[in-house]
Design a binder for this molecule. Sequence first.
Ligand code: HEM
Length: 426
Amino acid sequence: MDPHPRAHVPLLVRIQADPVRGRRERGEAGALRPQRAVPQEHRQPAHRPAARQGARAHRRWKRHRKVVHPAFNMDKLKMMTVTMSDCAGSMMSEWKAKMEKGGDIEIELSSQFEELTADVISHTAFGSSYEQGKKVFLAQRELQFLAYSTVFNVQIPALRYLPTEKNLKIWKLDKEVRSMLMNIIKTRLENKDTMGYGNDLLGLMLEACAPEHGQNPILSMDEIIDECKTFFFAGHDTSSHLLTWTMFLLSTHPEWQEKLREEVLRECGNGAPTGDMLNKLQLVNMFLLETLRLYGPVAVIQRKACSDLEVGGIKVPEGTVLTIPIATIHRDKEVWGEDANEFKPMRFENGVTRAGKHPNALLSFSSGPRSCIGQNFAMIEAKAVIAMILQRFSFSLSPKYVHAPMGMITVRPKFGLPMVLMSLEM
Ligand code: HEM
């Protein structure tokens, strides 16, 4: 019996930028396919079939990407900025309410950002159906914890199908999540003639796969449900960790806190920032990119070779899993220069592609056709939240903070981010 479902898979760790260069390496020729760091069978409930590999899976991915793509277009995202700043505004009002007038307050920010990004994704994905969306999110999160709880244990494949206490809980939760999502989707479809599909991620996705665009809906109900679950899975922890590490670096580099505040007040004033205003925040953008380089939320991605190929002069047999250690590449002196370990946002002054010795050196959102579809969403959200914090508060790291970045897949501070905030309002 295999001690682990992947124990027989050859593994190649590639410590070079440009993991997906070249036609044969890119995937359209079917050479390299994503191999999720958390395998599908751990992200999806145990009784669902594992991800299919090969040409069929690639066609399925293309269909999905086509439907999801319009929801992430820049104009739609700019409209979502209002929702993002509303959610951030409510969080900050709560901070203020707890704060003595003119005094300061200590807050553990990483859990605050987890709640905030959950709120943002529930609002932007489900808009008017937010209340139900949030319930889905909480159930989905519990599912994720259950799945993660054994991901690094020795795996016995058959165990996934046995009605153990844990499996029964997972199956029940999954049924609930699917039925809640199905209800939200059915209500939207029933009301589309009077109310339209809606301007949230779900509505835009339903519109893109509506029958009027072809004979049959491009995605089935089950596939739309999976897509909604993916938004939560892919867009929550990642965005929250980016905010956490940005605040950490702003507090350890107070001179940058001042510079960014100056830029924010100049471009956005004291009001809620709009999408156009956020676009003008060049220093904030560079700061976020440098945060993504040194403390990128995703430390590792994997690809599986679907045919024999050559990567950087190494022959890779079909079936090999390539591990791309993003965090290691991001601190590689050969890629970033002698100052690779230093925090220097100005290295991005001439754009992302010129910051390192390779145009694809920054791999936080991966690269190529399978790169993160939510990257603009994540950057807009981070800019809006950071700008609003800078408008309202100055902050410094609490003496209680212990520097211990941790995580196998996403990187977060092990003991949270306690921060002392002072209101800037008189
Ligand atoms: C700072 C925030 C984020 C980071 C660092 C990040 C990073 C990544 C990375 C590295 C991948 C590639 C994974 C792989 O190839 O194995 C990815 C894929 C993906 N991300 Fe993100 N992500 C972020 C935010 C988001 C958000 C906010 C959403 C959606 C609302 C999202 C949706 C997705 C989806 C759907 C994919 C799969 C794309 C595909 O296979 O076509 N991500 N992300």
